[in-house]
Design a protein around this ligand. Structure first.
Ligand SMILES: Nc1ncnc2c1ncn2[C@@H]1O[C@H](COP(=O)(O)OP(=O)(O)OP(=O)(O)O)[C@@H](O)[C@H]1O
Ligand SMILES: Nc1ncnc2c1ncn2[C@@H]1O[C@H](COP(=O)(O)OP(=O)(O)OP(=O)(O)O)[C@@H](O)[C@H]1O
Ligand SMILES: [Mg+2]
Ligand SMILES: [Mg+2]
Lengths: 220, 220
C-alpha cells in the first residue's frame, strides 16, 4: 500500500524554478492496476522516481507498506527497492557491457547463480527474447532493449511494478504481449503502476490518474 | 533521390548470424513522405542507418543524389550527412553536458555564432520548448528530450529528414505538433522518411513501406 500526501518536487530556484510536482496526494492499494497519463513534461516520470524511492520530495510525506519512507536510511531504502519494486525506465538504463541475460539477472544477485540464470531466461522468454539472451544492448533493436528492461523488472516477481512508457518502442503485437504479462502478474496479486501517453494501454489498467503541470487528478 | 538495390546487412557469423536486412530495394524521390512500419526487430533502424550513411551494407548498392555512396570517402560521407540529412534517433543521442540550445546548434557549427543561436531558438520554439532552452538533457522529461532531438534534425533544414519513432515518447498534442512540423517541411520540398509502429502516425505520410524480418514491402 502506497500513500503520498501533498508531495511537491521543485527543481532549481528563483526565476528558473520548475515545480515538477505540485501537492500530489494519492493512495494505491495492494493489487491495484493504475495507469498515469498526461502531457509531455507534466511530471509523470518524476512521480515514478518518488514512488520508487529513487528520489526525495521537496515537501510532503510518503508511506510505503505502512512505513514513513523519509525516515528510512539509504540502506533500508535500497533494501525496499531491491526486494519489493521492479522498474522499467523510460530510457531503459541497461548496462551496455553485459548481455541481455546478465542485465536481467542483476536484481537477483543475492540468489545462487543457477537459479538466477534460470529465472532470467524465463523472464526473457515471457517477453519473446529467448533468441537474444547473449546479445548486448547495442546489438538489440530499440524495442528489444525495452523488452529486456521489462524482463529485468519482472524477474524478482516484485510486490510493486513501476513501468514508465513500457510500450513506447513496441509494435502492437509486442505491446499486447507485454501488457498481457503485466495483467497476469496483477491477477496474481502484484501491484502495477504504469505511465503511458497511449489511451489503449491505459485501458488495460483499472484506475486511470491524469497529470497536468505537476498536479494529479483521478479520472471520474 | 535515394536508390537502394538488394541491400543486405548481416551481423555476426555462422550460427549466431542475424540477417537484419535481406535484399532490400527501394527508391525514394525528392519531396516524398515515406513511413516505414514493422514489428520490433524487423530491421527499420538498421535501414535508417544505411539510408543516413551511418552504416555500410554487407552487400548491395546505395545511390544518394545520383552518386554511389560506397565509392565515397569518409570525408565525403560526413559532408553529405552534415549538409543534407537530419537525424532523429530512436534513443535521441543528445550530448548530456550541453544545454538543449547548444545540442540543437551542433549541426550548424560551420555558421556564425549569432545566426546559429537564432536558428536553434527558432527550431526549439517550433517543438514547443522555448522555456527549456538552457536545460540539459537530464533536466528534461523523456518527451522533451525527444523534441530537442527533433529540433536538432530540423535546424539545418536538410534535404532529407530521417526520423526513428519521433513520437514514441510524446502525448497526442505534442505528437500532432511534431507531425505538423514534418508535414510543413515536406510541403516545402524536404524529403521525409519516418519509422513508426503507430498507424495514426504513418497516416500522415504519403507512402507506407512495411518491414518484416529484414525484408521490405510496399503497401498496395
Ligand atoms: N550489432 C548487432 N549485432 C547483432 N544483431 C543485431 C545488431 N544490431 C541489430 N541487430 C539485430 O538486427 C535486428 C534488426 O534491428 P533493428 O534495430 O533494425 O530493428 P527495428 O525494426 O528498428 O526494431 P524496433 O522496432 O524494436 O526498434 C534485430 O533483431 C536485432 O537484434
Ligand atoms: N533536474 C531537473 N531540473 C529542472 N527541471 C527538471 C528536472 N527534471 C525534470 N524537470 C522538469 O520537470 C518537468 C517534469 O518532468 P517529467 O520527466 O516528470 O515529465 P513527464 O511527465 O515524465 O514527461 P514525458 O511524458 O515527456 O516523459 C519537466 O517540465 C522537466 O523539464
Ligand atoms: Mg517521462
Ligand atoms: Mg528501431
Amino acid at each position: 500500500i502506497i500513500s503520498l500526501e501533498a508531495i511537491t518536487k521543485v527543481y532549481g530556484r528563483g526565476e528558473a524554478a520548475v515545480r515538477a510536482l505540485d501537492s500530489v496526494s494519492v493512495r494505491v492499494h495492494a493489487g491495484d492496476f493504475v495507469a498515469v497519463m498526461g502531457p509531455s513534461g507534466s511530471g509523470k516520470s518524476t512521480l515514478m522516481h518518488i514512488l520508487g524511492c529513487l528520489d526525495v520530495p521537496t515537501t510532503g510525506s510518503y508511506r510505503f507498506g505502512g512505513e514513513d519512507v523519509s525516515r528510512m536510511s539509504e540502506r533500508e531504502l535500497a533494501h525496499v527497492r531491491n526486494r519489493s519494486i521492479g522498474f522499467v525506465f523510460q530510457q531503459f538504463h541497461l548496462l551496455s557491457s553485459m548481455t541481455a541475460c546478465r542485465n536481467v539477472e542483476l536484481p537477483l544477485l543475492y540468489r545462487a547463480a543457477r537459479d538466477r540464470r534460470a529465472a532470467a531466461l524465463r523472464a526473457l522468454d515471457r517477453v519473446g527474447l529467448s533468441d537474444r539472451v547473449n546479445h548486448r544492448p547495442n546489438q538489440l533493436s530499440g524495442g528489444q532493449q525495452q523488452r529486456v528492461a521489462i524482463a529485468r523488472a519482472l524477474v524478482t516477481e516484485p510486490a510493486l511494478i513501476l513501468a514508465d512508457e513500457p510500450t513506447g518502442n513496441l509494435d502492437s503485437t509486442s505491446s499486447r504481449e507485454v501488457l498481457g504479462v503485466l495483467r497476469s502478474l496483477n491477477d496474481a496479486g502484484h501491484t502495477v503502476i504504469l505511465i503511458t501517453h497511449d489511451a489503449t494501454v491505459a485501458a488495460v489498467a483499472r484506475r486511470v490518474l491524469t497529470m497536468s503541470d505537476g498536479t494529479l487528478r483521478e479520472a471520474a
